[in-house]
Design a protein around this ligand. Structure first.
Ligand code: GDP
Length: 311
């Protein structure tokens, strides 16, 4: 069994490779919910949907958000009516979010709802939210505190970041199955996701962090930072805002207490000794995943490093 910690862009690319090498039934994915938000009365869980759509083979790979080929009639209608939405939600995607919202209103937990939605999409992997309790990522900036989407989508990361908080994390419990998955999996992969706002909320839940620390030797992270910057997204800005360098060494420092290995890009080879000083094994390979063959290649390398044989 293999566990993967995931956000919404880099890790889903790696998942596309992994599911070509291991059976989905062997995979458990623990997903960030710190960016969950209500929009137009819908409960939007962006990273869960991206992981689910990726495994269902329908994700929009241009944005790593929503469904490929979706239409935007309702989104456009709302905009015309003066009710613009913070995120661009497609019509098919909206139906999924509507169903999630209804099921939650009936009193089901986010874990249960995720299982139902995944079943509808014939997703066989075990996709789990990190918690059924609400955790909200708050970016503190010179312009005040704001949610992730406000920071990144609405204000395009123009405000200087001073700190990041995960509201609700202190009292949040891991979702059912999360701790057991970490304990029982042969390896835990921390995918190439934003260390601050995608993996950060997951490890802000104390019991999850402690479980990872206990499992440290079998935890391998893949760096989302290549050279001096992330492949995409605001990870670099956020890391610098928190006082880390935007480099694989910065990633290693953020993860140092709960990873045993870090996969970095070939071009960052010279940093490997610095990472090893943190008692983390550093592995080098090509970390860029522009297409399916490169995703399968990286997945194969990561499985080999984790001592897992393809099924
Ligand atoms: P966000 O977009 O920063 O909110 O973060 P996500 O966790 O959703 O995923 C984005 C992360 O994926 C970024 O930090 C990227 O650097 C990383 N990423 C995207 N594509 C690749 C890739 O091809 N290789 C690697 N190593 N990382 C990638």
């Amino acid at each position: 069994m293999l566990a993967v910690l995931s956000g919404g862009t880099g890790t889903p690319k790696l998942l596309q490779g992994l599911v070509r090498l291991v059976k989905q039934e062997e995979l458990s994915i623990i997903v960030n919910t710190g960016e969950d938000v209500e929009i137009s009365g819908l409960f939007v869980s962006p990273d869960i949907d991206t992981v689910m759509y990726t495994l269902a083979g329908i994700v929009n790979e241009e944005t790593w958000y929503g469904v490929r080929g979706d239409t935007f009639e309702e989104h456009e209608r709302l905009r015309r009516e003066g009710k613009p939405e913070l995120l661009r939600i497609g019509d098919r995607d909206r139906e999924v979010k509507r169903r999630r919202t209804e099921l939650l209103k009936e009193g089901r937990t986010l874990s249960e709802v995720t299982r139902i939605l995944c079943r509808d999409f014939h997703v066989l992997a075990n996709v789990m939210p990190m918690s059924d309790d609400r955790v909200r990522t708050l970016i503190y900036t010179e312009a005040g505190p704001m949610g992730f989407h406000e920071f990144w989508v609405a204000r395009r990361a123009k405000d200087r970041v001073t700190s990041v908080a995960f509201e609700g994390a202190a009292s949040a419990r891991p979702a059912p199955g999360v701790l057991e998955t970490i304990e029982k999996s042969d390896a835990i992969i921390i995918g190439p996701s934003n260390p601050v706002t995608s993996i950060g909320p997951i490890v802000a839940i104390k019991e999850i962090r402690l479980a990872l620390q206990r499992a440290r030797e079998k935890v391998i992270a893949v760096s989302p930072v290549v050279g001096g910057s992330p492949v995409s997204g605001p990870a670099g800005i956020l890391m610098k805002g928190l006082g880390y360098e935007a480099s694989p060494l910065g990633v290693a420092k953020i993860y140092h207490d709960f990873i045993g290995g870090l996969v970095i890009d070939d071009r960052d080879r010279s940093i490997a000794p610095e990472i090893e000083k943190l008692n983390i094994r550093a592995f080098t390979t090509n970390l860029m995943m522009p297409d399916l063959p490169s995703r399968v290649n990286l997945a194969r390398t990561v499985l080999t490093l984790a001592g897992i044989r393809p099924t």
